[in-house]
Design a protein around this ligand. Structure first.
Ligand SMILES: *Cc1c(COP(=O)(O)O)cnc(C)c1O
Length: 716
């Protein structure tokens, strides 16, 4: 029982429980002096006949939580060699049980759209994997497994893996293709289905759940179960709840109605949710989860935080609760509440919020007003607001012809180069990634004689000048370097490869001056159109793959099938590099809808502009180019473009990390080089370098900007 009027954190049935349960419990109270029925025989028989299985195919547990614990104990604890595998994000108890018993636990991440990735699961399976937990529909995402997906997975998994399909929310599922695990039980002796009375049946308090499997598997689980694990009141309550089909039907219907109201409300206030088959929604407002959580809690609404820093889970409830919740979210997300100190940023949000509802004329007026105010203010706020005003204009006119193309500009090449030089020399925004990557590369190639560098999106090649200098300064024999550079050809030039070739010439000259043996190849192709595994890399060469601020341009599954980002990562993984270094902005502009993306991007780019404000003089011409051309174009693309038109599809560091794990990578061994890096980069004191598990994230005044990470393949 919770004190909060709206406790939406545990996915209980907020519509109550069957009145029959209370009556049955009253009656049962007279017999509390007796032990419960061992193994809950009556309930097992009732369930067996309802489900069409044999009573000996069932175990009743003190909540399905107990059954999860028994499974982990029986299949991994016994032999002391088993491992547990689950999806991510999913129900945290699978991990907790494994950790409690000191059993190795692995995760196979879901895709960016929270779909299951069969290959990612199979990649994590090994001879020691004894349990795979699949939650269907999945808590906390609400997404589901289809019958085809489950069948294929069961077909391809080795039989030593016990597959547990946790159907805690199955009563709510309406998708016609949602997997029916029960129907697969006769074919798979390694399949277990878990269900509970805690959710749709409304009996969370009495603790009762059940497991269904083939008899031989059930026998094994019974070896670790106590005879009186389920109390009699729970058994009686479950029998009564099972019989009241009307109440169950009403719960399912009320939840449907509530979900429809809540999702419509979320669209209105601009909070992203994922279509859910459960009695809950996963939310992302484009602002940190902690802030949302605290605000709601202060207003007597408890929601559930997840394992990541942005999403929250919320239980569907009665209408009055939800209307209250929505009004609180609206208040929280009000521009002036989000930016009390920054009136212009608040105005940016306000214009963004109103775009869908304003007439063309009123939109123009609002944008003009924003531009005028922004132009009169020379701080980071004014400058970023100006970029947003331009982006809104492009969005409202759908004038996005130039918004996606980073490589065309009305400015001269020399202006751009000069601005880029300022960005590189006066700020760490570019060099941070170069420096971290080069540290990782140097470690990976130590003692090697031949090095093959593959750079995806080489740009001006700056990073390699620095690496060469590091190498030249080392004592002893130097490795020979071969660099293969891939980048988008410059189709506006008569020689599309010219830029790439010139970069190679400059690098060759530099190598020569340093006395390094160096060769260079360039490939003028979009990454999407190239097969990395077709490169001829000799087994005597140590391969290094580098991607700085490039991979976010690739379309992922949300806009392309197959997912190009995954395809390229899998090709890199297939090449088994000694290290793969990745640098990407830490912000989500891929999977968020317009309003949450607007909030997210404004936080990100305001932080970037604040860095520029602190590090560059206000009237520097290069600064204007950096702000309004380099970052301004990104902002325009992020704000104005949807679908395939959006090429600036950054993902948060946590999303990249999950994606890399999913595609066969693990973090390279980590070195504590934060202090060294900070010194090398001569970081302004408002910056900090925060370890992120695979490298470092650069923060400015506590807000993340960019992450640089180093990876090796899983087999290493
Ligand atoms: C709520 C929940 C359970 C657990 O429930 P019990 O109350 O222990 O029966 C199990 N799995 C998932 C995915 C859940 O969300």
């Amino acid at each position: 029982m919770k004190n909060n009027p709206y406790y939406a954190a545990s996915n209980e049935n907020l519509f109550g429980a069957s009145p029959q349960v209370q009556i049955a419990l009253q009656r049962a109270l007279a017999q509390v002096n007796s032990y419960p029925q061992p193994d809950a025989a009556d309930l097992r028989h009732a369930l067996a006949s309802k489900l069409g299985v044999h009573p000996e195919q069932l175990v009743i547990g003190n909540g399905s939580a107990e059954l999860i614990s028994l499974l982990v104990r029986r299949f991994c604890g016994y032999s002391k060699t088993g491992e547990v595998l689950a999806l991510y994000p999913s129900y945290p108890l699978y991990r907790q049980e494994a950790v409690a018993l000191q059993i190795p636990f692995k995760e196979a991440p879901l895709t960016s759209g929270y779909r299951i990735d069969k290959e990612a699961i199979l990649r994590q399976v090994n001879a020691a994997t004894r349990l795979l937990f699949l939650c269907n529909p999945n808590n906390p995402t609400g997404t589901y497994l289809s019958q085809d997906e489950l069948t294929q997975l069961l077909d391809e998994l080795p039989p030593h893996v016990v597959v547990v399909v946790d159907e805690a929310y199955i009563e709510y599922a309406t998708a016609p293709d949602c997997a029916n695990a029960l129907s697969l039980l006769p074919s798979f002796p390694n399949l277990v289905v878990l269900r509970t009375f805690s959710k749709a049946y409304g009996l969370a308090s009495v603790r009762i759940g059940y497991m269904i499997a083939q008899r031989s598997l059930i026998q094994q689980v019974l070896e670790v179960k106590q005879p009186y694990n389920v109390n009699q009141l729970a058994q009686v309550a479950a029998m009564a709840a099972l019989e009241d089909e009307q109440f169950l039907a009403k719960t399912v219907k009320d939840t449907q109605v509530g979900k429809a109201e809540l999702t419509a409300g979320m669209q209105q206030v601009g909070v992203q949710y994922w279509p859910s088959q459960g009695n809950f929604l996963l939310l992302d407002a484009g602002i940190g989860a902690e802030k949302v959580y605290d605000y709601l809690l202060a207003n007597n609404i408890t929601v559930r935080r997840t394992d990541d820093n942005y999403t929250l889970r919320l239980t569907i409830g009665p209408e009055e609760h939800q209307l209250y919740l929505l009004s609180m979210l609206q208040a929280l997300l009000h521009p002036e509440n989000l930016y009390p100190q920054h009136p212009l940023l608040a105005q940016v949000l306000e214009v963004g919020y109103s775009l869908p509802s304003l007439s063309a004329e009123a939109t123009q007026q609002a944008i003009n007003d924003l531009s005028a105010k922004a132009a009169s203010q020379r701080d980071a706020q004014g400058r970023v607001a100006l970029a947003y005003a331009r982006a809104f204009a492009a969005r409202s006119l759908q004038n996005t012809a130039n918004a996606g193309n980073l490589y065309a500009s009305s400015l001269g090449v020399m202006d751009m180069i000069s601005a880029f030089n300022v960005l590189v020399t006066a700020t760490p925004l570019v060099t941070f990634g170069h420096r971290f990557a080069n540290h990782s590369i140097l470690t990976a190639i130590a003692g090697k004689t031949e090095v093959y560098l593959l750079d995806l999106g080489i740009g001006s090649g700056l990073q390699w000048f620095h690496l060469m200098e590091l190498l030249a300064a080392l004592p002893g024999e130097k490795p020979t370097l071969h660099l293969t550079a891939i980048d988008i050809p410059d189709n506006t030039s008569s020689n599309p490869l010219q830029k790439l070739q010139e970069t190679g010439e400059r690098l060759s000259l530099h190598a020569q001056q340093l006395g390094l043996a160096f060769s260079y190849t360039c490939i003028g192709t979009r990454l999407e159109d190239f097969d990395l595994t077709s490169l001829s890399i000799s087994p005597t060469q140590t391969l290094v793959v580098n991607a700085a601020l490039t991979l976010h341009h690739l379309a992922d599954e949300l806009v392309s099938q197959p997912d190009q980002r995954d395809r390229v990562l899998q090709q890199i993984s297939a090449l088994s590099p000694a290290v793969f270094s990745l640098t990407e902005p830490d912000s989500e502009h891929n999977r968020l809808n317009f309003l949450p993306r607007l909030r997210e991007s404004l936080r990100h780019y305001h932080t970037v502009f604040d860095v520029l404000d602190a590090l560059l003089p206000p009237d520097m011409p290069e600064r204007r180019i950096i702000e309004q051309e380099f970052f301004g174009r990104e902002i325009m693309n992020v704000v104005a473009c949807e679908g395939n038109g959006r090429v600036e599809r950054h993902e948060r560091d946590e999303a990249w990390q999950r994606r890399l794990v999913r595609n066969g990578f693990k973090p390279a061994p980590q070195q504590d080089i934060g202090l060294e890096l900070a010194q090398e980069l001569a970081l302004h004191p408002s910056f900090s370098l925060v370890p992120n598990g695979a490298g470092y994230t650069l923060h400015w005044k506590g807000t993340t900007i960019i992450s640089s990470t180093a990876w090796v393949t899983l087999q290493e």
